[in-house]
Design a protein around this ligand. Structure first.
Ligand SMILES: Nc1ccn([C@@H]2O[C@H](COP(=O)(O)O)[C@@H](O)[C@H]2O)c(=O)n1
Length: 320
């Protein structure tokens, strides 16, 4: 077993299956491996010192370039739709049209704010965004061993790219599919490019036409990182998957969602974390991933991050 995965905050529904998957990933080696990850609240932090950290959308919503009226309208949308997004009592079929409504309305509001492309870097610098503890090690190791990292995000691509650029980890092995802004000749935001990506369509339906996964058809081992039910389908476009390890961060409404997720019929093998931290540390995940890489590559160095940090992590195969 990977020692980090034995911590109390890590839940594994079927340890034997997970162990089998980890073993198979190790045996296949790093040349067969790719990592697929969500961004907001997965690679970025959910909270810090009792306060929420912003999503890539929130970074724009709260920035100085948005009028007070615009901020209020965007906040109202968040307060209305976010509880729906994470409501364990609603089906995905119910949620999907409402998510399209939220993203569409928010993008329309943002597009009325005359946001300048040239302001994005400063907007990100002035925000409270934070990447999870251990992100450096994760990005660095993946880069060092030339393991593709595919970031599939329903956030704002221009913002998330700027975040990882400013963190000096936007390496050549990193590929992003997300919602991108469209600027006019004067560098002013006019609209968002399609197709619209929201929490619950992160699958083949928006990846059609992108050649990314086809090029990686030999990368048949996958480690998938996410924080929502919608993230479970992120690897659907990958041809000939042999081994997939799905790792979920349970960030919000932990008590309710962990028991609901565990008993959801669509995710029968799911068990999630009931930890009450802020979900800030990815250390067990990263160390777990690192150990897998180590065994597969045979020559990894230590991560140099503390394993004692509180972590809120749900891990299981087939669902979380
Ligand atoms: N106007 C919006 C729309 C969505 N969000 C949040 O962003 C997250 C982005 O999705 P990931 O796939 O990157 O996790 C999503 O979970 C929404 O809660 C927002 O803040 N504002």
């Amino acid at each position: 077993m990977v020692p980090e995965l034995e911590k109390a905050t890590v839940r594994i529904q079927q340890p034997e299956r997970v162990l089998g998957t980890i073993r198979a990933i190790k045996e296949q080696g790093i040349n067969k491996l790719q990592v697929i990850s969500d961004f907001d609240m997965t690679l970025s932090r959910f909270g810090c010192n009792g306060r929420r950290c912003p999503t890539s959308h929130n970074i724009l919503d709260n920035s100085r370039v948005i009028s007070e009226d615009g901020k209020k309208k965007l906040r109202d949308l968040l307060h209305y739709y976010y509880p729906i997004e994470i409501d364990p009592n609603r089906t995905l079929e119910e949620k999907r049209p409402l998510m399209v409504e939220w993203w569409t309305r928010a993008h329309e509001l943002l597009s009325q704010q005359k946001i300048q492309k040239g302001d994005i870097a400063q907007i990100v610098r002035e925000s409270d965004v934070m990447l999870r503890d251990g992100f450096n090690e994760l990005f660095d190791q993946l880069h060092k061993y030339n393991i593709p990292l595919f970031i599939f995000s329903a956030g704002v691509g221009d913002i998330l790219e700027e975040i990882i650029r400013q963190a000096n980890v936007f390496y050549s092995n990193v590929n992003v599919v997300s919602n991108y802004m469209d600027f006019d000749d004067n560098g002013v935001l006019t609209r968002f490019k399609g197709p619209l990506i929201h929490t619950y369509n992160k699958n083949n339906s928006v990846l059609q036409g992108t050649e990314y996964f086809q090029q990686l058809s030999t990368r048949t081992s996958i480690i998938l990182l996410g924080d929502s039910m919608g993230d479970l389908t992120m690897a659907d476009g990958v041809p000939s998957v042999e081994n997939i390890l799905k790792i979920g961060f349970l960030n919000d409404k932990v008590g309710v969602r962990s028991s609901r997720l565990a008993s959801a019929p669509a995710f029968p093998r799911c068990e999630a974390s009931g930890d009450s931290g802020e979900g800030q540390a990815a250390v067990p995940v990263i160390q777990g991933v690192q150990e897998i890489l180590q065994a597969a590559g045979g020559c990894m160095e230590g991560l140099g991050v503390s394993a004692e940090l509180p972590v809120r992590l749900g891990l299981c195969q087939g669902g979380y």
